[in-house]
Design a protein around this ligand. Structure first.
Ligand code: ZN
Length: 295
């Protein structure tokens, strides 16, 4: 009897400690998300790489459809568990880091490595959890999807465009380029970033040309289209500024591409700066210099 009582007490205390630890960690790490027009709970959950249930529990939501634009949701922390990567013959820390969307410096710091050049085959290198990347701006699910894609060599530049229209989305632009501009590979850009009119504000869409690693169709020069990754922000930036979320997504995407393809900031540019024919794209309100400084 006494023994059982004692064990129950110990067990109860143990659970209390576990629950307190969990609560403290979660309370400290939760971030907030403001619901956008057209958002669904499952879409938000996917974007943060966590189960719908986790968001419901964290916000005392009874029903999945009880969210409205403007609501603030508390997002529980996503997967923070580091990945264990086993060093293969021929690997360098630079390539390992880049393939996982981090800089060499970040991986060296995370592993507290004294000599980054002394890498052994079979050595385990820890890659920070994906939630670290989400905090850097790229949604976890999108980051995973991009990481899974094969990337050919030869991408040396990133070129930024605007759509020149107040609204739009990837599918409509793809159809337009295919049907009206007679571009057999469809959408000329590799990525599209929405502004809340036709696509969610800041949503990053991956175009068929990035999935297929095809040359762009966004520049006047065929040679430039071979080495330039094209990103189009929806909006007419001769009339209006890009949204804050668009700029955040653009920065996260460009930084990812820079790391993945080893592109220096000096080769991140805009349509008007690189095109062989005169163009105003991406419009006079696009903050080119401030953006490049932020990379
Ligand atoms: Zn353009």
């Amino acid at each position: 009897m006494v023994k059982t009582f004692f064990h129950d007490r110990v067990r109860a205390l143990w659970w209390a400690a576990v629950l307190m630890a969990l609560f403290c960690v979660e309370a400290g790490a939760a971030e907030e998300y403001v619901v956008q027009q057209g958002d669904t709970l499952s879409g938000i959950a996917q974007e943060f790489g966590i189960p719908v249930r986790a968001i419901q529990d964290h916000n005392d939501l009874v029903s999945a459809d009880r969210i409205a634009a403007g609501d603030t949701l508390r997002i529980p922390p996503g997967p923070d568990v580091p990945l264990k990567y086993v060093v293969q013959p021929g690997d360098t820390l630079e390539v390992i880091a880049r393939n996982h969307g981090f800089s060499t410096r970040e991986v060296v710091a995370f592993n507290e490595l004294d000599d980054p050049d002394a890498l052994r085959v079979g050595q385990v290198v820890l890659i920070p959890g994906v939630s670290t990347l989400h905090r850097a701006g790229l949604p976890v699910a999108l980051h995973r999807e991009l990481d899974r894609m094969r990337v050919r060599g030869g991408w040396t530049h990133v070129v930024i465009h605007h759509s020149g229209t107040a609204r739009g989305n990837l599918e409509d632009m793809d159809r337009y380029h295919r049907d009206h501009r007679r571009m057999k590979n469809g959408l000329g850009y590799h990525f599209v970033i929405g502004n809340g009119n036709g696509m969610r504000d800041g949503e990053i869409g991956i175009g068929p040309r990035w999935r297929g690693q095809l040359n762009g169709g966004h520049l006047a020069s065929a040679a430039q289209n071979r080495y330039s990754v094209g990103i189009c922000l929806i909006g007419n930036f001769d009339d209006a500024r890009p949204t804050v979320r668009q700029m955040e997504s653009l920065r996260a995407l460009v930084r990812y591409l820079q790391r993945r393809c080893n592109i220096p900031t000096s080769q991140v540019t805009t349509h008007t700066r690189i095109n062989v024919r005169p163009t105003r794209c991406p419009g006079r309100h696009f903050p080119t210099d401030a953006f490049l400084r932020s990379l």
